[in-house]
Design a protein around this ligand. Sequence first.
Ligand code: NAD
Length: 295
Amino acid sequence: MANIAFIGLGNMGGPMAANLVKAGHKVSGFDLVQASKDAAKADGVSIAASATDAAKGAEIVITMLPAGKHVLSVWKDLVPVVGKNTLLIDCSTIDVESARHAHAHATEHNLPSIDAPVSGGTGGAKGATLTFMAGGRDVAFAKAKPILEAMGKKIVHCGEAGAGQAAKICNNMILGISMIGVGEAFVLAEKLGLSHKALFDVASTSSGQCWSLTTYCPVPGPVPTSPANNEYKPGFAAALMLKDLRLSQEAAKASGAVTPLGGHAESIYEAFDKAGHGGVDFSGIVNHLRHLTHK
Ligand code: NAD
């Protein structure tokens, strides 16, 4: 069992740290928010006075923070104080460029590191069923894998530094586009007098089949567990989908990839967010689409 430092004990990090405790690891944690620290403490995490205090003596340091700037700032403070060979794992969803900078910083100090963003949301964090997409060297990945297995059910090594973040934003660009596509189909079906059930029964077993339809159906009824049946409570908030679509478009610009549908999906989620729906599940986009009119 390992000594682990966990920085960022929010909606995702809190339950992830709790699962490491359940697996028998000794976890020292830190967050800026008192309520997050209190909740983690109740789950068996010992709370340190600062991120650097949490990291002192840790064999593994995990960060789960909002954005690239937070990760770079925390890693900058931690790298000089951690012991030789301490493994740094960043599980936040951040831009590929920041992820590569963070790796480079660790490498300068001869520290192994991986980026390992997750898919599966807060339910997956609580249930230890997350999917991890990892980027980094083989040795670092091999050391991280058993730790990640205490928090998730699928761990994929995607390639070198930043490859985990690349996989995450490509996947979520598909998801954002496909959810809008499924929502548009339901809105068109309504206008054509076709029932939700009829469209679902046909498309779920035809070439229109996809996760946004069959697992996370954006209209109430066909998939009882989807957020549409629970007043579109997240799940995965539209503001987080917008964040990931923005990251995909930044990466597209930086790499020269042309992603017109990704760009359009970003602008549609931006309008939804601006209308005050950032806290709604991202499948609620169907309700935004229903109210659009031809100019
Ligand atoms: P959150 O806002 O609930 O948690 C982030 C935590 O980081 C907060 O508690 C905040 O106080 C803390 N923090 C910020 N700066 C800090 C610092 N310098 N030192 C210590 N703590 C600091 O967000 P979340 O939902 O837990 O998401 C975390 C990451 O996971 C994000 O990058 C997000 O995009 C990603 N993610 C979230 C979900 C989801 O469904 N919530 C799903 C997949 C990925």
